[in-house]
Design a protein around this ligand. Sequence first.
Ligand SMILES: C[S@@+](CC[C@H](N)C(=O)[O-])C[C@H]1O[C@@H](n2cnc3c(N)ncnc32)[C@H](O)[C@@H]1O
Length: 249
Amino acid sequence: MAKRSPEQWHTFYLHESSRYDDRRYATSYGRVFARLHHEAITQALIGVSRESRLVEVACGTGHITALLQELGYTAIACDLTAEMMEYAQARCSGSEPEPSFVRASAFRLPFRDSDIDVLISTRFLHLFSLGQQRTVLSEFQRVLRPGGRLMVDFDNRSARWLMAVPHLFYNLLRYRRFEPDTHYNAITSTTAMLREVGFEPERCDGLGGTHLLSLSWIAPELAIRFGRLHRERPLRVAAEQFLITARRK
Ligand SMILES: C[S@@+](CC[C@H](N)C(=O)[O-])C[C@H]1O[C@@H](n2cnc3c(N)ncnc32)[C@H](O)[C@@H]1O
């Protein structure tokens, strides 16, 4: 059960914008995670035309927006929090063509039905309860064309139980609370939910793993190599997140 409303998340990211990159991506593990994440997205995009109309929802400070740009795509990047998007704009400015940025809520995207070829959304849906996730995924389904491709990731429930004790201490020390205020998804029920709202899941890659934290400190390249093994079973069970690639039916 997610514990903040969509409006509260907006307020949270308004205040988080100036420290988001430092907290999520500037640590040793943050850099390892980003590499693994970028590799998985790059692979998921193989065969996707550079001419595709590609939307990134909840782009935040633009980590994936910049990757898309490097790969030759011109994304339309959306986020509800203008302050987060300002960092994305700064990150992507200078090289041509620049992505376009639109302030928009994932619950009501400013696109017509079947208007989009590819939709990517990363580190976002875990903010919401299952019911809210279903609403957002239905909105993604509405704007994607039949056959269009969805790439979306979730926090992995099985890894949470595997790391229950360290996570408890982490939440107590960092956030002064017992439980996270985000939602953990199970892979099986998430693929079922995607089918129910009109997608055909095609692959599921595990991403990172908080147990890689100490190895990321000592030997980051080794952590990346070991992290890659978490893309697939059996180590996927310990991955921090999972990325699903699906087709719009
Ligand atoms: C954890 S950050 C993820 C940022 C980025 N995708 C990444 O991978 O680093 C979550 C983002 O969701 C945005 N957000 C929160 N609620 C939203 C909503 N209803 N619609 C669109 N974006 C929203 C926040 O402003 C924030 O930038």
